[in-house]
Design a protein around this ligand. Structure first.
Ligand code: ADP
Length: 894
């Protein structure tokens, strides 16, 4: 590493005042305080002082010392530049930010101008929300960064961007909706006014929060920045943005440009997302319904993973966006359903499309890397391929679509992907096809990606280089003959260039010759050069340099073209994602026999033979079938009850039933078919699910407190268009407390919120509500006893469960017989009294049932029963035996 050596000699000596130290300290000063500084030295990124200690600990790499600063040894560690991405990924995951300080001049140039240091500058700040490297991102998940702004008047807005795709958008939100909006966006990082820092930290616990000074959220300067960046006279061109939205967009833009070391952010023009255009789903509901990840945090086992049949990463990201933010607009939902419906019905078209889509890959992220100056030849190739596959797709799909009733979304995609009316893009695609080799390398710096025939100048230089290489190859034979050493070899390395090598015992003839100049003696070999070789070497190196220069010019010209064509390329990528999403959903719908939901504005819900997609998939793997169930609700209380109480034994399928209907709402409003025989669904504005309650220790709340906070948010927010599922509310406290609360919550939902609600409870007493309230009903999950076992049928039937099977479940779980018998007595007692508390007060502790500690002695009846062998009895004998047994029954005590 001659570059690094050159500087290392100048690295801090005892006085600490070397030029390089001064440069390091200045760079450290200019980088953000909360970022580690990667300081490029030759082939390594080095870290010093506290940065080194933190990074060495996080990466588990050696911490060394180098020189001294103010009398103290300087801590240092380093990572090879070649593999720096992997280390960056680990640091980002561990919660760090990294400022990358690059060399901005050639060390030779620095030496030539007499400087003792190479110039360096911060090239980029890597943060969780600003990643673009494929290796640092999950291809099928979006990586967003969000900013929350509040105006002095109290208006709030969220802006978000995805650097790797160029998405840039904002939406208004009221203070109570921030958590739900953030949960929908699921950003990796988010920015907020530092004045609110502590209050905000809890809003998006999975994301890294970066507090910014208040001034960054100033709406006036934000507007100026946006107008300048997007080259418009007024932001109205993009929509009617509020002050808060502009402030949020501006702060975000500023932060992204800072992360790019001042380079302009390459984002699509800002898009305004209407409030209320998405189904509001708060974080607790998201978690409980396991929409895009399970409660354990995994994608596998979530609704998204279960229905995802997309074949490309952008398609997967589009589907995730849909599912996490289902729409409330009927026209949009219907348009999406139209597309899915057409593709579900046209298998051949769908299959052909999916094959082409798969070949089209991920042009979105390739484009963004190119625009950010981080792209390579492979990204160019990806764009060219996507354009060509898209064109083929458009032609095929265009033909398959009927003239009159083609789904609008598919028509649009065909129009976007077709290149016939887009000369620039068509030329770009054709040029890329010719200019690039079949499998271009990732990075442009080593060349070798421009195909033969694209540039005459390049071909000539390459020919020259190759011709010289051939001559070198020929020289080996010539030299071997001339010297009489048959084993003579011509080799190459970076230090000597081309050289002649012979074994030590064959060295003498060459040593004696004037033509061979001795260069090196190794353990077993001796190396020589010749003037001829040196000349060829220079020729080859010159030609290779020239070829590299030409290739990088060609790369640059294509890169500039992507800038000019950015909008068209983005639209093309968007259309491919849209098609993949629709075709994937169609594939899933066919596979699972799902149907198109009939979407209406009235608050109804009528599902016939509905299924839980995730539970069904899991059962199917185990070879079991899912039992479909109907569900009917009507917020108006006309076609069906508004509130339905769900009872039944534990494990009978209550939670599953509740969730499957909530998922039906999400799927339908996301534009997916639903797993049912038929479904008529009134579009919901908010969806709530509270299933069970787990301790939220991270937030320092008890189970019960969590439950009540969650219930409160529903009762305070749900309206006539909302859909609520509640499971076992009030479980976390004493029976009477819990029952009273559950009762009151149900009444409130029914009378005040007037929303559609499914309410599962183990409080049997609550089934009386169906009689007392106008629009409430009971359903229950059926179970039957068979051969002394409880068998769950998983069927939902009208009416309340006839009894609680809790004790039976406890018996199956292996509670001792004595405890079970005791529980039965207590239950009988409780159920026979109007005032259960009184019943408990005079519950005989030792009389009615045998004490739990002693195993029960068999009774006379039991003894006699044991002696009977039914197979040996005639019907007459059996009847006699029955009378006999009955006579021996003990007198019933009361
Ligand atoms: P509960 O809430 O009543 O305790 P769950 O909804 O948790 O019961 O269901 C218990 C188990 O029963 C589930 O894990 C699932 O395997 C099975 N199950 C539930 N509903 C069905 C169904 N409709 N068809 C088949 N199996 C079901």
């Amino acid at each position: 590493m001659p570059d690094a050596d050159f500087e290392n000699r100048h690295f801090p000596s005892a006085d600490g005042a070397t030029p390089m130290m001064a440069q390091y300290l200045a760079l450290r000063e200019s980088a953000p305080k909360d970022a580690l500084l990667f300081y490029r030295m030759g082939d390594f990124y080095e870290l010093f002082f506290e940065d080194a200690k933190a990074a060495a600990a996080a990466l588990d790499i050696a911490l060394t010392k180098r020189g001294e600063h103010q009398g103290e040894p300087i801590a240092m560690c380093g990572v090879p530049a070649q593999t720096a991405e992997a280390y960056l990924a680990r640091l980002i995951r561990a919660g760090f930010k990294v400022a990358v300080g690059e060399q901005t001049e050639d060390p030779k140039a620095a030496k030539a101008r007499g400087s003792k240091t190479v110039d360096r500058a911060i090239a980029r700040i890597v943060t969780p929300g600003t990643l673009t490297e494929d290796s640092l991102l999950d291809a099928r998940t979006s990586n967003r960064i969000a900013a929350l702004a509040r105006t002095p008047g109290g208006d709030c807005a969220l802006a978000w961007a995805e650097v790797s795709t160029g998405e840039f958008a904002a939406c208004p939100c009221d203070a109570s909706g921030i958590e739900a909006e953030l949960a929908a966006l699921d950003p990796a990082e988010w920015l907020s006014d530092e004045a609110y820092f502590t209050a905000d930290a809890r809003l998006a616990p999975r994301a890294r929060l970066t507090p910014l000074p208040k001034a960054k959220f100033d709406a006036k300067s934000a507007e100026r920045r946006l107008i300048e960046r997007f080259g418009v006279v007024s932001l109205d061109a993009f929509g009617a943005f509020s002050k808060a939205e502009i402030a949020a967009l501006g702060a975000l833009l500023d932060y992204l440009e800072l992360a790019q070391a001042g380079a302009p952010a390459k984002l699509a023009p800002p898009r305004r997302v209407e409030t209320g255009s998405a189904l509001a789903i708060d974080p607790a509901t998201r978690a409980s319904l396991e929409i895009d990840r399970t409660q354990a945090g995994q994608r596998k086992g979530s609704l998204l993973a279960t229905i995802d049949r997309t074949v490309t990463a952008p398609g997967a990201r589009r589907l995730a966006a849909r599912l996490t933010r289902p729409s409330t607009r009927k026209d949009m939902i219907d348009a999406r359903l139209d597309a899915v419906g057409f593709l579900a019905a046209n298998k051949t078209t769908r299959r052909a499309m999916r094959e082409l889509l798969q070949a089209a890959g991920d042009p979105e992220r390739a484009l963004s890397r190119l625009l950010l100056g981080r792209g390579g030849p492979r990204d160019l190739a990806a764009l060219g391929k996507a354009l060509r596959e898209g064109e083929t797709l458009a032609a095929g799909l265009g033909q398959a679509l009927p003239d009159d009733a083609a789904p609008a979304l598919l028509n649009q995609a065909v129009a976007t992907l077709s290149l016939t009316d887009k000369g620039d893009l068509a030329r770009f695609a054709a040029d890329l096809g010719q200019a690039l080799v079949a499998e271009p390398p990732l990075a442009a710096r080593d060349g070798g990606f421009v195909a033969e025939g694209w540039s005459e100048a390049l071909d000539e230089t390459r020919a020259l280089r190759d011709a010289s290489r051939k001559i070198v190859a020929g020289l080996q034979k010539t030299y071997a003959e001339a010297s009489g050493v048959a084993g003579l070899k011509i080799r190459h390395n970076n230090v000597l260039g081309y050289f002649v090598e012979v074994t030590a015992k064959n060295a003498d003839p060459l040593m004696a010759s004037d033509d061979f100049i001795h260069r090196q003696t190794m353990a077993n070999a001796v190396r020589f050069t010749t003037t001829e070789l040196a000349e060829l070497e220079a020729k080859i190196a010159g030609a290779a340099d020239r070829a590299l220069g030409l290739e990088s010019e060609i790369f640059e010209s294509f890169r500039t073209r992507t800038e000019d064509l950015a909008q068209g390329l983005r639209q093309m990528a968007g259309a491919l994602a849209e098609l993949d999403c629709a075709a994937g959903l169609a594939e899933w719908a066919v596979e699972t026999r799902s149907v198109r939901p009939d979407m209406v504005e009235e608050p109804v819900f009528a599902v016939e033979s509905g299924r839980h997609p995730v539970v069904e998939a899991a059962l199917k793997k185990a070879g079991d079938a899912f039992t479909p169930n109907d569900c009917a609700l009507d917020g108006a209380g006309e076609a069906a009850a508004r509130l339905t109480l769900v009872t039944g034994p534990n494990m009978a399928g209550k939670s599953t039933f509740l969730r499957q209907n909530a998922l039906m709402i999400i799927l339908a409003q996301a534009g997916c078919f639903v797993p049912a025989a038929s479904a008529r669904i009134g579009i919901a504005d908010r969806l709530y699910s509270r299933v069970g309650a787990a301790d939220d220790l991270a937030r320092g709340r008890s189970t019960f407190m969590t439950e009540m906070i969650e219930a409160a948010s529903i009762l305070n927010q749900a309206g006539p268009k909302s859909f609520v599922i509640l499971d076992e509310v009030g479980r976390g406290t004493s029976t009477f407390d819990g029952l009273s609360i559950a009762w009151a919550v149900a009444e409130h939902l029914h009378g005040i919120n007037a929303c559609r609600a499914l309410f599962a409870t183990h409080y049997h007493e609550m089934t009386r509500l169906a009689e007392e309230l106008d629009h409430a009903a009971n359903v229950s999950l059926k179970a039957k006893e068979w051969k002394g076992e409880l068998v769950f049928l998983h069927t939902v039937a009208k009416g309340a469960a006839d009894r609680s099977y809790g004790i039976e479940v406890a018996r199956r779980a292996g509670l001792p017989d004595a405890a079970i018998a005791r529980a039965r007595t207590i239950l009988e007692r409780l159920e026979s009294q109007d005032a259960p508390a009184a019943a408990l007060a005079d519950l005989p502790l030792f009389s009615a049932t045998p004490a739990p500690s002693a195993p029960a002695k068999p009774s006379e009846v039991e003894r006699r029963l044991t002696d009977i062998n039914p197979d040996e009895l005639s019907p007459r004998e059996a009847l006699d035996a029955l009378y006999e047994l009955k006579r021996h029954l003990p007198a019933k005590d009361t």
